[in-house]
Design a binder for this molecule. Sequence first.
Ligand SMILES: Cc1cc2nc3c(=O)[nH]c(=O)nc-3n(C[C@H](O)[C@H](O)[C@H](O)COP(=O)(O)O)c2cc1C
Length: 190
Amino acid sequence: MVLETIRTRRTIREFTSQPVSDDDLRTIIEAATWAPNHRATEPWRFIVLKKDGHMRKLVAQIVHDWTFENVKNPNPTRRIEGSAEAQREILDAPAFMYVYAEEGRNDEITQENYAATACAVQNLMLAAHSLGLGVGWSTGKPCLAGVGTTIGAEPDWQIVAALYIGYPADLQTAQSLAKRASVDDVTNWQ
Ligand SMILES: Cc1cc2nc3c(=O)[nH]c(=O)nc-3n(C[C@H](O)[C@H](O)[C@H](O)COP(=O)(O)O)c2cc1C
């Protein structure tokens, strides 16, 4: 059952308009918090930007402006469209959240915290998939735009993910396109 969920989960960026309930968001965040974490740091922090809320709109605008300034497509029309698209993706996502990892008291613990939080994100995605939801993990524009302190993250938290969440528009196509190298390609038995 777990294996089946692992194998059939896919990154999803296109969603239906069906809303995601706060109960479901709580369920998948709770699943995230069961991830392994060394020294019981529980380093993950989640910031949910409510659909149609002030903060979602503000962040979408910041990401729009950052994209316009920083993704300097030589085609000016494409540059305008790309910025608008980044903004729209954030506004349209049925649910949208940021995930951060707390800084540790030294570099080793900071690295462990980041790894643990990445495990938490995978837990969240698997739990979402088991509820029929899809998740798109981005470390791109919404993370690079540096919205941290605006949304209430501490300055020393490390950004791990921006997550677009909703009911998949077409899970089957994503599943049919997915592929992985074989175990023998990635394993050296000594
Ligand atoms: C750390 C991390 C960062 C990612 N960042 C992005 C991103 O910025 N944009 C994007 O489209 N997908 C991003 N992805 C999603 C991957 O591209 C996706 O997992 C990959 O295409 C494999 O697809 P699958 O998740 O359906 O197996 C990210 C995934 C991970 C684990």
